[in-house]
Design a protein around this ligand. Sequence first.
Ligand SMILES: NC(=O)c1ccc[n+]([C@@H]2O[C@H](COP(=O)([O-])OP(=O)(O)OC[C@H]3O[C@@H](n4cnc5c(N)ncnc54)[C@H](OP(=O)(O)O)[C@@H]3O)[C@@H](O)[C@H]2O)c1
Length: 289
Amino acid sequence: MKKILITGASGLLGKALKTLFKSKYDIIPTSKNYDKYQKNYFLDITNPILIRDIVSATSPDIIINLAALTNVDLCEERPDLAFSVNFAGLQNIVEIFNGPIIQLSTDYVFDGKAGQYNENSSVNPINVYGRTKLEAEIFLKENSKDSLIIRTNVLYDYVSESPASFLNWVVKSLQDDKKINVVDDQWNNPTWTKSIAIAIDKAIKFELNGLIHWGDNDYVSRYDFAIKIAETFQLNKKLIKPIKTAELNQIAPRPLKGGLNMDRAKNILNLEPSNISDCLKYIWENVNA
Ligand SMILES: NC(=O)c1ccc[n+]([C@@H]2O[C@H](COP(=O)([O-])OP(=O)(O)OC[C@H]3O[C@@H](n4cnc5c(N)ncnc54)[C@H](OP(=O)(O)O)[C@@H]3O)[C@@H](O)[C@H]2O)c1
């Protein structure tokens, strides 16, 4: 059984990976903040001593690096912090660990003028988060030839304690009869964390390296996605108001027409991306089970 160390395992994707991987692999989940319920080992990837200790104590076959500062506005406000986690953190791992690394990256490496993007599209990040993730990609490509970069976008799952979950925010707001504003000019392929976990599992089996794009099938605006959530969860969609990104006056600029083309990965992984409606229905049925 392969031994897989996961960084950032307390995050949205980390939870899905732990669930899918626990019976398939010998996993070593790690996170920066200790949580007695999640039973992760402590690891802050900005500290090379801690990485060295856990790598020599556990000798993993693969490291999946999910650890990241994903708050896009915070990255813009604190570029030093963003670079230390998203870039230098990965650099630390590469310098200590000789085996393959799976690095999660983002469609924010593109400027959002002409999505959906494939693996050959030109990168041009427009915010600090995108720049830090791109720098990490470049470093990994140049220094670890067995490693794999998987770009994904707009991850979601129903995880009650996760502030990062768009799905939870929409459901909770509508359940509380609260009006919400959702942008109708940001386009991506929202991706259920279980879908990307399955793609990562296949990539491990195929010992893939290089770069692939993976997301779910439908290319929708964030507003359309929120409407689909309301419909599936049988909530009042009239509470959702479309607005433009510019009206939000956010600190970091956002790519608008982002999203990913998965044609190459579909062939390599022999996998079909899921549809949003199927994923949401499955989640809704399980929330109500
Ligand atoms: N979410 C998306 O829509 C999306 C889209 C494209 C790509 N991605 C990429 O996919 C990966 C997983 O994303 P996610 O949605 O699971 O993110 P998430 O929920 O924000 O989780 C990120 C994790 O990284 C941890 N972390 C932050 N700083 C760290 C450090 N110095 N050392 C170790 N761990 C640290 C966080 O721990 P604390 O909470 O304790 O700080 C958290 O557990 C990331 O690489 C992200 O860039 C995400």
